[in-house]
Design a protein around this ligand. Structure first.
Ligand SMILES: Nc1nc2c(c(=O)[nH]1)N[C@H]1C(S)=C(S)[C@@H](COP(=O)(O)OP(=O)(O)OC[C@H]3O[C@@H](n4cnc5c(N)ncnc54)[C@H](O)[C@@H]3O)O[C@H]1N2
Ligand code: MOO
Ligand code: MG
Length: 436
């Protein structure tokens, strides 16, 4: 195999995590739009600002099955001394009353029914009894009704034209309900970004293969694919590549043709066969090198090739032909953290989220155990989160090393231990990035 002696051992300058995230989100511009049936819009990102097409509710609506009355008629009503009103008609939801409710009258009405003119309150059925007045239908009202009782006012929730959701909003089930309410049968959304996933490493076996000494199965591809799905993208599995520059360059070419964003894992550190580090170096140096047959250098720009953080310090990113290439570490823990910090924000941006909204979401929590740190860099620690006595607690998980897998599925968040030589004592208040 071709050894990349020296190719990856160049002087990399580490930048701060926040700066690296910023570079990525500024490079990822909102992508193409499409329309999808409302039925399939849940979880997608809205591409246009949408507004209420009517007042909501659109008419005075009864909130109860009962009688629409004039509240003034019921002022003296009580269980011992009910007020008897003549019943004009019965109105189901979806029907309109024929008659105005005049003094001394009531209209039987169902939940969701349009309150007839003249009525200003609805008395629930349980507070009434059937009666008759000179042989005609009547009702005995056993409680005084207050003005507006059990009636939803037109426009009390939304006014015609008011904005219901901004571009970039992730369509939650509640948004789907609003869009249905206001007649949006087809919803403008950003296309789901296609993300090429390329795993690199001679030691990697496909998931289907039996283990052989010295090799391991490729677990990063499946993890990254699941992370992409979770962030609204479509993973394109480009395969598991050996550390062969030619093969990796040709798969990168295919990835650039098919995808909106390219994610690689492995080969990004300083090892003799770390091909992605050599690719990034070529991009940085701008000519010749390993990428000669691959890239038009005029449009290739290195964003960073080292981040002052742990895990994932060798994480690198470049912008090639307007598309982001993010090279994550091969170590599963570092790959996972690198995805959360850089790939996810990029994916959210491609789907129209604002720069602010695409940043990792943080909460504060009380640290449950002392944390010693071995490096001066910012540290991201996989943690369990729980509440106790009204306070959020962060309990760092075991098997937290960059090379370890066991804590990844258990993690609710990433504790951010600030840069500096010292760790933190149990009970410290820490910032935790949520993994949602
Ligand atoms: N001399 C130095 N060595 C290393 C340094 C350093 O600064 N100096 N950095 C370490 C750090 S930190 C990290 S993180 C890793 C990054 O390694 P690479 O991104 O180059 O990844 P690989 O060398 O290809 O693999 C590392 C590790 O991960 C396993 N791996 C790789 N791909 C997968 C996959 N798809 N599924 C599961 N596991 C995977 C691989 O077998 C290795 O064990 O470098 C340190 N070294
Ligand atoms: O930066 Mo590496 O991810 O610590 O192990
Ligand atoms: Mg390596």
């Amino acid at each position: 195999m071709q050894q990349l002696q020296g190719a990856s051992r160049f002087n990399r300058r580490a930048i701060k995590v926040e700066q690296a995230i910023q570079l990525v989100v500024e490079s990822a511009l909102p992508g193409e739009k499409e329309r999808v049936p409302l039925w399939q819009a849940g979880g997608r990102r809205l591409a246009e600002s949408l507004s209420a097409t009517t007042d909501w509710p659109p008419f005075a609506r009864s909130g109860m099955d009962g009688y629409a009355v004039r509240s003034a008629d019921t002022v003296l009503a009580s269980p011992d001394s009910p007020v008897t009103l003549r019943v004009l008609e019965s109105v189901a939801a979806g029907e309109l009353a024929a008659a105005t409710v005049e003094p001394g009258c009531a209209t039987r009405i169902m939940t969701g029914g349009a309150v007839p003119a003249g009525a200003d309150a609805v008395v629930m059925l349980e507070q009434t009894a059937d009666a008759d007045l000179d042989g005609l239908p009547a009702v005995r009202v056993k409680a005084a009704a207050s003005l507006g009782q059990n009636i939803a006012k037109p426009g009390e929730e939304f006014r015609l034209g008011s904005v219901i959701a901004e571009p970039g909003t992730r369509i939650r089930p509640g948004h789907a309900a609003l869009l249905g309410t206001f007649g949006y049968a087809n919803v403008p959304v950003f296309k789901r970004p296609r993300v090429a996933v390329i795993a690199t490493g001679d030691e990697l076996l496909p998931v289907t293969a039996p283990l052989v000494p010295g090799s391991i199965r490729d677990s990063n591809s499946a993890m990254v694919a699941a992370l992409i799905e979770q962030s609204g993208g479509v993973p394109l599995q480009m395969g598991c590549m050996s550390d062969d520059p030619g093969a990796i360059l040709s798969v990168l070419v295919q990835a650039y043709e098919q995808a909106d964003l390219i994610v690689t894992t492995g080969g990004v550190s300083v090892g003799d066969f770390d091909v992605m580090a050599a690719v990034m170096r070529s991009i940085r140096e701008g000519s010749g090198g390993i990428t000669e047959r691959f890239l038009d250098y005029k449009t290739a720009k290195l964003l960073f090739d080292k981040v002052a953080m742990k895990p994932g310090s060798p994480t690198s990113a470049a912008l090639v032909d307007g598309k982001l290439l993010i090279a994550l570490s091969g170590n599963p823990g570092a790959c996972f953290v690198g995805f959360e910090l850089f790939v996810k924000p990029a994916l959210l941006r491609l789907q129209g989220a604002s720069i602010e909204a695409s940043q990792p979401r943080a909460v504060t929590a009380k640290l449950e155990s002392d944390f010693d740190k071995g490096s001066p860099h910012v540290r991201f620690v996989r943690t369990r989160l729980f509440t106790n006595d009204g306070c959020l607690h962060a309990d760092p998980l075991a098997f937290n090393k960059s090379s370890m897998l066991a804590s990844i599925p258990e993690a609710d968040g990433l504790i951010r231990i600030p840069a500096g030589p010292d760790g933190l004592a149990k009970g410290s208040i820490v910032e935790v990035l949520l993994l949602l």
